[in-house]
Design a protein around this ligand. Structure first.
Ligand SMILES: Cc1cc2nc3c(=O)[nH]c(=O)nc-3n(C[C@H](O)[C@H](O)[C@H](O)COP(=O)(O)O)c2cc1C
Length: 310
């Protein structure tokens, strides 16, 4: 039975984060928000996740840093970012004015770097949550090394847990044999939310020069090509953990986002699609609403994990 537009409830709650719809933008694909402000009213977003920041500024890897693939992109940006203090002084003032949840993604080479950033950001008004990027495949120290080992994940999340009262989202890597083990380890160490997936480690070669297409040789694959893997991982993790999940990986349309929600994601994140169509996130929100109207589902929370495998 079709229901009225006004009866649709898209609000979701993640621990400590109230969102007016379940759709956010993925770290590293939306800059620090300002870059997209000329395309649409950023208040429409459920939340913004900023580019991962590190203690000191980073210039990133040598170019080329992006290579297109048949159904996505390979990137090896290497965590280029302005660094913690410049983020606080130059980027937070714009972000806090939007008045939506601001999730700051953080990364580090060792546990102490994550802890120091977490402590400092805990003093900054309007930081809604921290997302620990333990899954970057494009840096030589830290990053994915944390997220591919249960003990390292546990040690890192426990240390950050002791350093902050902000909600902690742990962003998982798909470049592991068993993502459920890592998810459980993060949950046990005190994570409030899990987000998955980061990019899949990949590589492409120019056959004319016989050189790698990326300066870093390897890179992270994102976009529609990775979506079935991401859906599978969200579903597997949803079946084992109690904390909420933010699902991402190749979401281009509302239908893709709904797959994640039905698989168990309470919220979804749009990444590569922002580069193809900067307002895709608005189209996703609109499409979710239309689907719910058509199916007679008033509350988006009723869709979360509603997969029928009978
Ligand atoms: C150019 C680029 C830069 C990225 N930078 C980050 C980053 O700084 N931190 C992070 O956690 N993920 C980063 N990611 C991963 C995305 O946030 C997302 O997890 C991944 O791309 C899968 O989603 P998608 O297929 O919708 O892009 C980056 C992805 C791309 C394409």
């Amino acid at each position: 039975m079709e229901i009225k537009q006004n009866d649709i409830n898209l609000c979701i709650d993640l621990p400590g984060i109230k969102m007016k719809n379940p759709t956010m933008v993925a770290s590293g694909t939306f800059g620090y928000g300002e870059e997209y402000s000329s395309f649409f009213d950023l208040r429409e977003l459920g939340a913004i996740v900023t580019k991962s920041i590190t203690l000191r500024p980073r210039v990133g890897n040598r170019p080329p840093r992006i290579s297109e693939t048949p159904s996505g992109i390979l990137n090896a940006i290497g965590l280029q970012n302005v660094g913690l203090e410049k983020f606080i002084s130059d980027k937070m003032p714009f972000l806090r004015e939007i008045s939506i949840p601001i999730i700051v993604s953080i990364s580090g080479e060792d546990v102490s770097e994550y802890v120091e950033i977490a402590q400092r950001l805990s003093e900054i008004p309007d930081v809604s949550a921290l997302e620990l990027n333990i899954s970057c495949p494009n840096v030589s120290k830290g990053g994915m090394q944390f997220g591919s080992n249960t003990k390292m994940t546990h040690d890192l999340v426990s240390a950050v847990r002791c350093a902050t009262e902000l909600p902690i989202i742990v962003k998982l890597s798909p470049n592991v044999t068993n993502i459920v083990e890592i998810a459980l380890s993060a949950e046990e160490a005190g994570a409030d939310v899990l987000s998955l997936i980061n990019t899949l480690l990949g590589m492409a070669i120019d056959i004319n020069t016989r050189r790698p297409k990326l300066g870093n040789i390897t890179g992270g694959l994102s976009g529609p090509a990775i979506r079935p893997i991401a859906i599978r991982m969200v579903w597997q993790v949803f079946n084992k953990v109690k904390i909420p999940i933010i699902g991402m990986g190749g979401i281009m349309t509302a239908s893709d986002a709904l797959e994640f929600i039905i698989a168990g994601a309470k919220a979804v994140s749009i990444g590569t699609a922002n580069f193809v169509n900067p307002i895709s996130v608005l189209e996703v929100i609109k499409g979710i609403r239309e689907y719910m109207q058509q199916k007679g589902i008033a509350n988006v929370n009723d869709l979360v994990g509603s997969l029928d495998v009978s």
